[in-house]
Design a protein around this ligand. Structure first.
Ligand SMILES: Nc1nc2c(c(=O)[nH]1)N[C@H]1C(S)=C(S)[C@@H](COP(=O)(O)O)O[C@H]1N2
Ligand SMILES: [Mo]
Length: 349
């Protein structure tokens, strides 16, 4: 999409090829164009400082040997994934549905690092900073923060590996924060500094960027001024049909397999429904292998298309606490949090 900073979208067919998105096809998003082109793994250090009794400065070897290593399958999705489909259009990167990916992330628990640093009584928030820098002085450095309770969740990792390999440079080598269930904006890449704060972070990226209308729907009317906003936090339940493209032709009169994926913020997928007539009738689908509550969950269904007819295929996922996808997109000025039912039209010949 852009070269400086690099923004790359995963071609949608990749999601059909494998349930884990290969590292070399994983989407890429940076906000700032001044990104290190080289990192020396022998001299790299992660610091943990601020409201702690024992500030730490760890090298990669210490990180990989002195702390328990954990691995989790989790979806990393940009809050603006699918933004390009909003009508009326909204500013920002015009992503299709490929600003997301599913990977096995391996690293150490953030909690274990914070425990070792021994937080002071007044610790309330944790701020994360990476090695990327703004080009212009006026641009705020990219940093994100989590409240202490969220930071201490056992699945939050400082990861060094992705699908069994070192993180690619573009995806945050040598370390990135992994916050399963939360939008990727929190998954700070090239993470080299963790600062424990005793008050809420006032950084631009926390207070001004990545905000949603505060109402329960997180919707706004085009042109309306937002009076109150909340940060984008966790993801909403979504599903996609992955094995057909819009306007594809299929053979009529025989069984056609529909395949797809679903995910949510970590409650796990309870069921996925499938419709071939634009949502008038729904049938159940079979869920595939469960790789954990934060992973893509495969599903499949069958139907027999009639020669000469067109079909509006849709899928609707429901998670284990009964949350389902929206029937219409929640328009908001930044195009975040889209989780409407998507439609793929196919023609049987
Ligand atoms: N250091 C740093 N980390 C970052 C960002 C960034 O600009 N700088 N962008 C965030 C956002 S908004 C997204 S969507 C994800 C993208 O992760 P990926 O490039 O591995 O797909 O990285 C997140 N982590
Ligand atoms: Mo993002």
């Amino acid at each position: 999409m852009t070269t400086r900073p690099p923004q790359l979208e995963t071609p949608f067919s990749i999601f059909h090829e494998s349930i884990f998105t290969p590292n070399d096809a994983f989407f890429v998003r940076w906000h700032l164009a001044n990104i290190p082109q080289k990192i020396d793994p022998d001299t790299f250090r992660l610091t943990i400082r601020g409201r702690v009794n024992h500030p730490l400065s760890l090298n990669l070897h210490e990180l990989k040997t002195q702390f328990e290593q954990m691995e989790i399958a989790a979806v990393c999705q940009c809050a603006g994934n699918s933004r390009g489909f909003f009508q009326p259009r909204v500013p920002g990167g015009q992503w299709g549905n490929g600003a997301m990916g599913n990977a096995k992330w391996k690293g150490v628990r953030l909690r274990d690092l914070l425990q070792k640093a021994d937080m002071k009584e007044d610790a309330r928030h944790v701020r994360f900073d990476g090695l990327d820098q703004p080009v212009a002085e006026a641009t705020p450095d990219f940093q994100k923060s989590l409240g202490l309770n969220d930071a201490l969740h056992e699945e939050v990792l400082v990861a060094h590996s992705m699908n069994g390999e070192s993180l690619p440079m573009l995806n945050g080598f040598p370390l990135r924060l992994v916050v399963p269930g939360w939008f990727a904006t929190y998954w700070v890449k090239m993470l080299n500094d963790i600062e424990v704060l005793n008050e809420a972070d006032q950084n631009f990226w926390t207070t001004k960027a990545y905000r949603l209308p505060a109402d329960p729907c997180h919707c706004a009317r085009p042109g309306e001024m937002l009076t109150s906003t909340v940060p984008t936090g966790k993801m909403a339940v979504r599903s996609f049909i992955t094995n057909v493209e819009n306007d594809q032709t299929v053979t009529g009169g025989k069984v056609f397999d529909i395949k797809g994926i679903a995910f949510d913020q970590g409650y796990g997928i309870d069921r996925v429904l499938f419709s071939m007539d634009g949502g008038q009738q729904w049938q159940s689908t079979r869920l595939g292998t469960d790789y954990g509550d934060f992973s893509f969950r495969p599903w499949e269904a069958q139907f027999i298309p009639e020669t000469g007819r067109s079909y509006r295929l849709q899928s609707l996922a429901i998670n284990r606490i009964g949350e389902s996808q929206r029937f219409s997109p929640r328009w908001n000025p930044s195009g975040y949090l889209r989780n409407a039912i998507e439609t793929v039209t196919i023609h049987a010949i």
